[in-house]
Design a protein. Structure first.
Length: 478
């Protein structure tokens, strides 16, 4: 749910130094744009439209943005046809920063109008709707722009931006011209749009991406309906036709408690594996606590291909290749430990449920199976007072190491796992240290930041198939 750094975030010095020293790394939008021979605005747009593999560390307002030359070069070859079909120039043609973007496209901002796929290409997250001011709910928010009729069915214009409110979804092209409108027939809790959605609260309720690789963007929507039973996942074709509507049914038993429908649409992810395979994932939750289910859906009709049940929220799903094998990373929270978790699966074996220590958090009627590996990362002292930590990002570096970002309250902790799942490094962000110092001055904490907080970074646990074992500890960097 958390993807970027809050305002004022400064990356730990040791982490920044490591980043700068790695070969093949492009640091910041300017270096990425220079490598592509384009302006920064065009490069940022390509990330949003075509999944340019840009890596981020932290959260909105102070993120570290970087990329790898080899990943960028592979992406150039892979997306050339798609970009050409949309009228985008191939990389390498010099362009002026002010004149390189299509007319009418605003400069990217932290609240940009377009949903941003992940740095690897197609991992796209969708989050909880934000209840905004009543003024935004006025009908004028969805009013058709003057002189811009709705596009006819079959139009070849690409969906790019959206507005959602009252009972309606409106979808627009890159120039801001409307493509289609859909009326749900039930009221929504709030009105928002791709222009106003605050990215720091999580992924938007509307995700626009080429899910099936046919060169046309699909529109995935999880309307925050007043009635919980209406909080389903909708998939629209580029011209507004409904491809499918999906919502799980039935009950699940965790411990002695039975959890019944409705299951609420919480996240949606469109991923692309290193071999080019595309998959569509959806997360549904029982409510504000747990459980949640991750389902791979058939892109054609929304039928369930495979599913995994978690005893916490699922906030990120990504595909990658780790130590020579394809994997799916599933990150989020773990209510059994009140901590963060990262589950690792083979792409064709995302099934079963999260192993648990306490009986109340073990699924009693889920299908057999579970993650190939499961890692538990602790909640730090500040976080424990108000909830629990959650994995918000995980990615592979140089094919061998997995870097894991764990969102703590007001900051983050970071871990690096080796090719066999061993713990190689751990780090606490300066942002968290600053918050810790402020709370100490206020008397809300009884200790200064130091060895006690380093110890708080452990234990890191790994499920070995029968039990949770503690990984050997490492020195904590600051």
């Amino acid at each position: 749910m958390w993807r970027r750094c809050p305002p004022g975030y400064t990356p730990p010095a040791s982490m920044s130094a490591t980043f700068e020293a790695e070969p093949g790394r492009l640091n910041g939008w300017k270096e990425i744009a220079l490598h592509l021979g384009k302006g920064a605005r065009t490069v940022q747009r390509w990330e949003k439209l075509y999944g340019l593999p840009v890596h981020r560390l932290g959260r909105e307002g102070g993120e570290i943005v970087f990329a790898f030359r080899d990943e960028i070069d592979r992406w150039v070859a892979r997306t050339e046809r798609e970009r050409a079909a949309n009228g985008d120039e191939p990389p390498g043609d010099p362009e002026a920063e002010a004149g390189g973007d299509p007319p009418g496209l605003p400069a990217p901002t932290p609240q940009a109008a377009l949903p941003a796929p992940s740095r690897r290409g197609w991992a796209v997250a969708a989050g909880l709707l934000l209840v905004v001011a009543a003024a935004l709910a006025a009908p004028s928010v969805l009013r058709r722009p003057a002189g811009r009729p709705w596009a006819a069915a079959g139009s070849d214009r690409q969906p790019v931006a959206w507005r959602l409110g009252s009972e309606r979804l409106a979808v627009f092209d890159m120039a801001g011209a409307p493509i289609f409108e859909h009326r749900f027939g039930f009221p929504l809790l709030a009105t928002t749009s791709s222009e106003t959605w605050p990215t720091h609260v999580g992924g938007p309720p509307v995700v626009i991406a080429d899910v099936d690789g046919d060169g046309r963007n699909e529109v995935l929507v999880r309307p925050n309906a007043v009635e919980r039973a209406e909080r389903k996942l909708y998939c629209f074709e580029a011209d507004g036709r409904v491809r499918f509507v999906h919502q799980p049914t039935g009950t699940r038993r965790f411990g002695d408690d039975e959890y019944a429908e409705p299951w609420l649409a919480h996240r949606v992810f469109a991923t692309r594996a290193p071999d080019g395979a595309r998959r569509l994932w959806a997360v549904f939750t029982h409510g504000l606590l747990f459980p949640s289910v991750l389902q791979e859906l058939d892109m054609r009709d929304g039928t369930v291909v495979q599913e995994y049940w978690s005893n916490g929220f699922i906030e990120t799903v990504q595909e990658d290749r780790w130590a020579g094998r394809p994997v799916v990373f599933v990150g989020g929270t773990n209510n059994d430990f009140r901590a963060a978790s990262l589950a690792v699966f083979r792409p064709e074996a995302v099934a079963g449920s999260t192993p648990a220590v306490r009986p109340g958090y073990a699924c009693r009627d889920c299908a057999p199976g579970g993650p190939e590996a499961l890692f538990i990362f602790p909640s730090l002292c500040v976080t424990r007072e108000h909830g629990q930590a959650g994995v918000y990002d995980a990615w592979v570096e140089q094919g061998e190491r997995v870097r894991v970002g764990v969102m703590q309250r007001g900051g983050a902790s970071y871990y690096v796992l080796g090719p066999q799942g061993e713990l190689l490094a751990a780090e606490i962000s300066r942002e968290f240290q600053a918050l810790h110092a402020g709370l100490e001055r206020q008397g809300a904490l009884d200790h200064a930041f130091g060895p006690r907080d380093d110890a708080d970074m452990f234990p890191v646990l790994r499920w070995d198939g029968t039990r949770f074992v503690e990984l050997p500890r490492v020195k904590v960097a600051h």
